[in-house]
Ligand binder design. Sequence first.
Ligand code: AOF
Ligand code: ZN
Length: 364
Amino acid sequence: MEVKYMSRALALAREGIGYTSPNPLVGAVIVKEGRIIGEGYHQLYGGPHAEINAFENAAEDVYGATMYVTLEPCSHYGKTPPCANAIVEKGIKKVVIAMMDPNPLVAGKGIDILKTNGIEVVTGILEDEAKKTNEIFIKYITTGSPFCLLKTAMTLDGKIAAYTGDSKWITNEKSRGYVHQLRHQYRGIMVGIGTVLADDPMLTTRLDAKEGCDPVRIVVDSRGRIPLNAQVLHVSSQARTVIATTDQIPQEKLIALQQLGAEVILLPSIQGQVSLPDLMKALGERKIDSILLEGGSTLNYTALDAGIVDKVMAFISPKILGGSGAKTPVGGQGKSLVKDAVHLKNISINRFEEDILIEGYVDR
Ligand code: AOF
Ligand code: ZN
């Protein structure tokens, strides 16, 4: 039963995907005499927390009920008063929690409030699933840097485009639809200048069913080579654009980019290239908790090498292109020895019709 109710709470939490950042996805279910009498989730950044929404939606008196919540109730006065206190005041008898709050402001203090007030607390129910649901929040709240997902798409023979550069499309419609959902979930989408010069992408979210949030578009452009007519600088008035560069950018170019409404971030360089760890910190300071890295192959290698990538999603489409000059997902200089390869752990495999998606986490 505990698993069933927590599972429902996690499903509710996921309803908030794309809207709560940089705060967590949280769901709560109130159960009395074997019936669900209230449900809630964190719907919008800055809005009421999941527990409060569940109280609001309760169909009957919650006194003596059990609450299932996917994250430890908060103990701090933030945008809203502490949920742990509200739970005590409402007379909840037992609280079942999936995971502790990694936020240093809370971290165990919420549970302490509950226990001190005589509430029975159970923790660790569906903990792994809860941690996966909030993998972005956990990384961001504990490090201040965004969670970075590297997404690639290639043919069975490892090409991301034909030798001519033609790349429309390697993966099928289902796979591409899933990537647009990720763009709705992730706050930033990052590409290298090579990709802008080659493909001139818009980097906006295009979802069929619901309206998607556009991520902040981040172009890593160490020398300021981006053309002033690039689509990322013009298409969509809502989507913000950040140019991450170094002092190698010509001053006139910097000003022209700012005049077009882009934010130019000047960063330290490593061998003439933008320092990616410094860029991650700068983006974190701007409340960007998550980055979807979509290439090209040079930036992908630099990012993996710099250790900023947390997760990899690799789509493989059963097509064969050939061509010794055709590009692969990860280029750059490369490792000289197999033993130095970047390893992935906790691998899972999914299918989108004939396409295969392999995902895993970078083993550090
Ligand atoms: C949420 N939603 O449902 C829960 C949260 O910025 P504030 O004041 O809303 O507080 C955010 C912190 O509250 C967050 O980092 C997490 O530690 C805790 N719990 N936050 O946004 C929720 N339960
Ligand atoms: Zn709260």
